[in-house]
Design a protein around this ligand. Structure first.
Ligand SMILES: [Zn+2]
Length: 312
């Protein structure tokens, strides 16, 4: 009897303790992520969703810069060591009639730290099957490879896809490996694989086109041959800049430095300066794909260069 009583008491205590512990702890999230940043802009509700991050060598940012000068600037951005984490911020625009995704993240074949977009959308309560349109800024893995799943099937089989004709032609053409280091030849294979998957549902666009009313294509070549940004109408403007401005300090203070990720470095420098000038002049908002999450801010002129002022 005594034993039984003790046992059941112990069992009861254990159960109660477990119950209390469970009640006092928040439910375990699938990943530690705050609710995504959302704001109104013109006719759109804008949401920035993380795809995770990339781990990249710091030398990629500016191989031509003096190492100690580069290191000092990286330190300002809270980065030290041989590698740094580059966030990947995917923009979602909701209008009265469309749910539009700008870029699709890395998918599951690029880096283990990236490819989190679909999980993050889900936990934000956004049903990916409701996405009607996808616009790509360019064909690099961290922007395009999320288009297909592990079986090469489309993740969003009902969406329409929108690609710059110049970018499509570059990756599908014979010159795709030109300007790319040999170790990144896989980028070409991956771009072709993903473009092939969307081929039946793709619409080509060029600079100046409106994808939907209020979303206009700006030509911002250099990072890749057909790289584009998107201007979203409303207020002082909002530019979803893709990979024109990738680092919160270096891209603004030294737009003339040449990250190795840029396919056409001189053109990328000219594009960076053009976009910085426009953003500072118009006081437009910017969403930068690789700027610290959510990558939302404005650009100010400072001491003959520029400064990124984060918002949100
Ligand atoms: Zn990128």
């Amino acid at each position: 009897m005594t034993n039984n009583n003790q046992l059941s008491r112990r069992a009861l205590l254990a159960t109660t303790a477990a119950g209390l512990a469970a009640a006092s702890l928040p439910p375990l999230p699938a990943f530690a992520a705050a609710p995504p940043t959302t704001f109104k802009h013109g006719a759109f509700e804008v949401t920035v969703v993380s795809d995770g991050h990339l781990v990249l060598p710091t030398t990629m940012l500016a191989p031509d810069a003096k190492p100690d000068e580069r290191a000092a600037l990286l330190k300002t951005a809270g980065q030290s060591g041989d590698t740094y984490n580059a966030p990947t911020n995917v923009t979602l625009l909701r209008s009265a009639s469309d749910l539009i995704l700008i870029d699709m993240g890395s998918g599951d074949r690029f880096m283990p730290t990236a490819g989190k977009l679909w999980d993050n959308l889900k936990s934000a309560g956004i049903d990916k099957t409701k996405i009607t349109k996808v616009i790509f800024t360019h064909g690099h893995p961290d922007h395009l490879w999320g288009a297909v799943d592990e079986l090469d099937d489309l993740v969003l089989p009902k969406a329409s896809f929108h690609v710059a004709a110049a970018e499509w032609d570059f990756w599908n053409g014979d010159n795709a490996t030109r300007g790319l280091p040999a170790e990144r030849a896989g980028f070409v294979t991956g771009a072709k694989r993903n473009y092939a998957a969307i081929k039946e549902r793709v619409t080509m666009f060029k600079a100046g086109d409106e994808i939907v009313p209020g979303i206009q294509v700006i030509s911002t070549p250099g990072h890749t041959q057909g790289h584009v940004s998107l201007a979203v109408a409303g207020g002082d403007g909002l530019i979803v800049g893709g990979d024109v401005l990738t680092h919160p300090i270096i891209s603004f203070r030294h737009p003339e430095w040449k990250p190795t990720a840029d396919h056409v470095p001189d053109q990328a420098v000219a594009t960076r300066k053009m976009l910085l000038d426009r953003l500072a002049k118009d006081r437009s908002k910017l969403i930068g794909y690789h700027l610290p999450y959510p990558g939302l801010g404005r650009v100010e002129r400072k001491d003959g260069a520029y400064r990124y002022v984060a918002e949100g």
